[in-house]
Write a protein that binds this ligand. Sequence first.
Ligand code: UD1
Ligand code: UDP
Length: 350
Amino acid sequence: MKIISVVGARPNFIKMYPLIKALRNTKHESLIVHTGQHYDSNMSDVFFKELYPDKPDYNLNVGSSSHGQQTGQILHGIEDVLNKEEPDIVIVPGDTNSTLGGALAATKQHIVVAHLEAGLRSYDKNMPEEINRILTDHCSNLLFCPSDSAVNNLEKEGITNGVYKVGDTMFELAKMLDNEINAVTLQIAIPDEFILTTIHRAENTTNKKLLQIIKEICKIKHDVIIPLHPRTRNKLVEIGVLAEIQKQVTIIEPLGFLEFSYLLKKARAVITDSGGVQKEAYWNRIPCITVRDTTEWIETIEMGGNILANPSEITGKVEYMLTKKIQYSENLYGFKDTSKRIIKILNNSV
Ligand code: UD1
Ligand code: UDP
């Protein structure tokens, strides 16, 4: 079979890697299409350098623009690749515009669409990711879910065919790279105790909300380290507060996966609005404060390792989580062999 994996944004590169690696050890022809949604070297190249031995087979170089323009360019660019390559299966990971563009282009050409990380729902359609997830699931033929709740979410929307609970490739990756992560030497000095923070989601980077969040984070009585996403950096520069904030918290460039995972493991707690970081905090047993109204990673909340916070609650909830006794379950998003399970299903699908 010829299998095309569509990636484009940081979380796509990370969650697809174990599966792309496993595909290399099969007889299938495996091609990578990078949409170019993320393009800075520390948002894209760094992951190819540290994880993938090969460059993507295609880069559509779509860059940054509005949702409609970006998704449209991705759809158009992937269609051309599909016409040329005629793959049997297109795999799309997660919930980014690249995910949706890839899924739409493939389903319109009656190519089997496999969605990695299917069935996640925050039940908040103001989040662009929620729209991307719902639409992608509804045009997928194979839906690879990390959890029972994801399977149940799909069932509620009438999707029961082609649904498989396979676990989480990011969990698999964390286990796979544990030794490399532990061996990282950071380029920056870090304090013994600190809170790691990542904020980048669209709903948190409006002028008003971002200022509220940053103001609260600056009040925290612990050292704070923020590898700053370019969306957030641009916004802080535009509002004119970056220099002031840098006096109060440590702001660094976005890190590669190994360095970021090392820093996460050393942190006392994490403040984030990322999807992936909530899970990573959980399986590394680091308390997590999620600056959102809802989360699709509901199990981390149910287990008590993660708590939602609005901006004004951040400092209080950090202190609460630092003293709270948390129960951790080793296999929340299960299985260290998710990609093998997926390949078995792919082998029987076309
Ligand atoms: C995207 C995903 C989001 C995911 C995030 C991971 C969508 C709708 N959103 O959000 O779900 O959590 O990636 O990081 O797909 N920029 C750069 N350099 C880059 C990339 C982006 O400067 O390499 C800046 C640009 O100003 C751009 C902005 O960041 O306009 C936003 O980038 P975009 O890819 O549109 O969305 P993200 O916020 O990165
Ligand atoms: N990440 C990274 N470097 C950073 C910040 C994050 O490698 O500076 C990794 C981290 O493992 C995270 C993943 O990128 O889980 C996903 O990225 P992000 O938070 O941007 O996207 P989301 O999961 O919110 O879609």
